[in-house]
Ligand binder design. Structure first.
Ligand code: 5GP
Ligand code: MN
Length: 671
């Protein structure tokens, strides 16, 4: 036996494979034999290191005898090491009760070192025997020295016996299984030939303990080619998804990591295996109720149960614009309307002036002006009349009865989108098709919004919630309806003259952006943006690499999502008067929802938005703290928006000021 020549008398399956790896092929004819012990793994080999013969020492001696384990006793570290080198024990028990005789911890380290040299494994079982008065002491120094267990002094023979049995049946057996697996995997790796699994007497094993290993080998009977193709298949399964790759890398790293690192990696894996990687875990209920309600109301899809009442939609068929007959082009925009749009390229543009001047149809007018500024008709090869009909058709499907989610909000988001598209960094990143997608997405992103949140629709069992399975209900509806309105009638089909592939790309981008406005994904989008764009950009200076980061297809998607999200909830970054008006509108819409929930005995999704008790300043402070600040910090770091950040700061202070005076209203009372 080649193994003997290595001086490894206690040959085990894993030892043979170690030789194999070292180039000493332990082959018999065409077979690699993997020898795995089938008997109790602990048979024979326990080393007791006790300076003095006392009752504890005797307890273990007797226990070994009873368990049928061979046992050696060493009185000094030198004797222990000599004995271990020769017999190579499976289990070493070291007396740690009296430091005056020897240092148990350094002895353990030396034993482990020898074990490692002999086997290439660091899995030896070291048990230290401690005094009961040390029970409170930290086990960490012991673990660091390589001990696997602390046995608190107890000379009772049955206690010693039980300890040995538990070790044998528990950890030691588990490690033997691991070693056996390792042996077989190594053999499979190294050998082109069939593998036989035998016991030490070279008898082929069938029904032995290590069933995992047997199954594995049965998968590859005989032919090495088959084995390799199966291996390839197994391998390819593990490289499918990036997250699988990551988990595999961590698993591999764990194997060679010290205990604390391996344990930390366990926690990492636990987190990685969850589905909601980007959503912060909600705090406990005693936190600020405004934040809780916002999070509950905006970040969940109807987690609360239905109460039976059904929410009926007012409009089941898309609206036809009543004024489609009225031709309208950039040239015949009434002068007083045109006047209100003169400074539409400024952030401080007042959309409420436009809203008043055009009798609550600002989306069509502002859309015509902004789309023409960006050359959208030219890009789409679409007549201006088609764009006009399209804008009118979309605007007609916004509910003018909503206090917030009406076409003025859409026009406001379109305005912010156009403003962001002119920022230098954004222009460097996006192509014209991205700009066109962004402008269209902003225009349609809340079309047919019922003035109720996703949670409400799910709770009410609304038709839309049923249609979209309670997931991204509104956003799915906005995107789907936008394309229905656009394509059902050639008169307003702005995509009609596009080349098929270009249309598919544009459509994909629009859908992606509209779906990105769903607030359950808020933190996912913001964190991805920060990790993939802000952080890499902060680390480099040369123009070439900057360009690479900005224009990669994946990152362009992240930029577009962030852009529409910021445009969608940019109200707190507008000049104070505009910010106050928007806050009044969103609050009123939430109040109306709470009113209806109470009327219909539905669950109240956001109880703080009760018109009798709500503090609007508090709700704004929470909204800014929870959703706005981090997102705009990141967006500002990218696009450079000092004026927005200044407004945000002013507005935040304004709400704080009201709150400090315990005021609940939008504005302070007149002096
Ligand atoms: P949208 O439905 O407008 O596409 O998505 C934006 C989300 O943020 C909506 O759910 C809207 O209700 C919410 N939101 C926007 N502005 C404010 C605000 O100023 N305060 C609060 N509490 N929510 C807001
Ligand atoms: Mn919106």
């Amino acid at each position: 036996m080649p193994l003997k020549s290595h001086g490894l008398t206690q040959a085990r399956g894993y030892v043979k494979v170690c030789c194999l790896v070292g180039g000493c092929m332990c082959t018999l004819s065409d077979c690699v034999r993997v020898c795995v012990r089938t008997v109790s793994p602990l048979t024979g080999t326990v080393l007791l290191v006790f300076a003095k013969e006392d009752s504890q020492n005797n307890g273990f001696c007797w226990a070994c005898e009873k368990a049928n384990f061979r046992c050696n006793v060493a009185r000094t570290p030198e004797a222990a090491l000599e004995c271990f080198k020769e017999k190579h024990h499976d289990l070493v028990i070291i007396d740690h009760r009296h430091s005056r005789y020897f240092d148990a911890e350094s002895l353990c380290r030396e034993v482990l070192l020898i074990h490692f040299y002999l086997n290439g494994f660091v899995d030896l079982f070291g048990v230290c025997c401690c005094r009961p008065d040390r029970e409170e002491a930290s086990v960490m120094p012991l673990i660091k020295s390589g001990f696997n267990r602390r046995y608190v002094e107890n000379a009772n023979m049955m206690a010693c016996y039980n300890e040995l049995l538990q070790l044998e049946r528990g950890e030691v057996l588990a490690q033997f299984k691991l070693r056996a697996c390792n042996a077989i995997f190594t053999a499979l790796e190294q050998s082109q030939e069939a593998i036989e699994i035998t016991n030490e007497d070279q008898v082929i094993q069938v029904g032995f303990n290590y069933s995992v290993v047997v199954e594995f080998v049965l998968m590859f009977p005989g032919s090495s080619q088959r084995r390799h193709s199966s291996m390839a298949r197994i391998h390819s399964m593990t490289i499918e998804a990036p997250i699988t790759k990551v988990i595999n890398i961590i698993n591999a790293a764990q194997e060679s990591s010290p205990m604390p690192v391996a344990e930390a990696l366990d926690r990492v894996l636990e987190i990685l295996r969850t589905t909601e990687l980007y959503s912060p875990q909600l705090g406990t209920k005693e936190e600020d109720p405004h934040t809780n309600d916002l999070v509950g109301g905006l970040m969940t899809d109807g987690l609360r149960r239905l109460s039976g009442n059904e929410y009926i939609f007012a409009a089941k068929q898309p609206h036809l614009p009543s004024h489609l007959a009225m031709p309208l082009s950039l040239n015949d925009i009434p002068p007083h309307v045109a006047q209100t749009m003169e400074n539409e390229d400024s952030w401080d543009f007042d959309i409420f002036n436009l809203e008043t001047a055009c009798l609550k149809r600002p989306l069509t007018y502002l859309g015509l002006k902004i789309f023409s500024r960006f050359g959208v008709c030219e890009f789409l090869s679409c007549p201006e009349a088609t764009l006009r009909s399209w804008l009118q058709g979309i605007e007609a499907n916004y509910h003018s009865t909503n206090s917030y989610h009406n076409s003025s909000h859409a026009a406001d988001v379109l305005h912010a989108t156009a403003y962001f598209l002119c920022k230098e960094r954004v222009k460097q990143s996006l192509e014209q098709i991205d700009e066109v997608a962004a402008l269209i997405a902003a225009t349609v992103h809340d079309v047919d919004h019922p003035g109720r949140t996703n949670s409400f629709l799910c709770n009410a069992g609304s038709e839309l919630a049923i249609l979209y399975n309670d997931t991204a209900v509104l956003e799915s509806h906005h995107a789907a309806l936008a394309f229905q309105i656009t394509t059902r009638d050639d008169k307003c089909n702005i995509f009609r003259n596009m080349e098929r592939n270009e249309y598919r790309t544009l459509r994909q981008a629009i859908i992606d952006m509209v779906l990105a406005t769903e607030m359950t994904k808020h933190f996912e989008h913001v964190n991805k943006f920060v990790n993939s764009i802000n952080k890499p950009l902060a680390g480099i200076g040369d123009e070439e690499s900057v360009k690479g980061i900005l224009t990669s297809p994946d990152n362009r998607i992240l930029v577009k999502r962030m852009l529409i999200k910021c445009a969608d909830i940019s109200n707190p970054c507008r000049p104070l008067e505009l910010c106050i008006e928007w806050a009044g509108r969103i609050s009123e819409e939430y109040f109306a929802q709470t009113d209806e929930e109470k009327r219909q005995s539905l669950p109240v999704v956001m109880p703080v938005f009760d018109r009798n008790t709500c503090s609007i300043p508090k709700s704004q402070i929470s909204f800014i703290d929870y959703f706005i600040t981090d997102m705009f910090d990141a967006w500002d770091a990218f696009a450079d928006l000092p004026n927005l950040m200044q407004h945000l700061d002013n507005n935040f202070k304004y709400w704080k000021g009201l709150d400090e005076r315990k005021l609940h209203s939008l504005r302070p009372p007149p002096e």
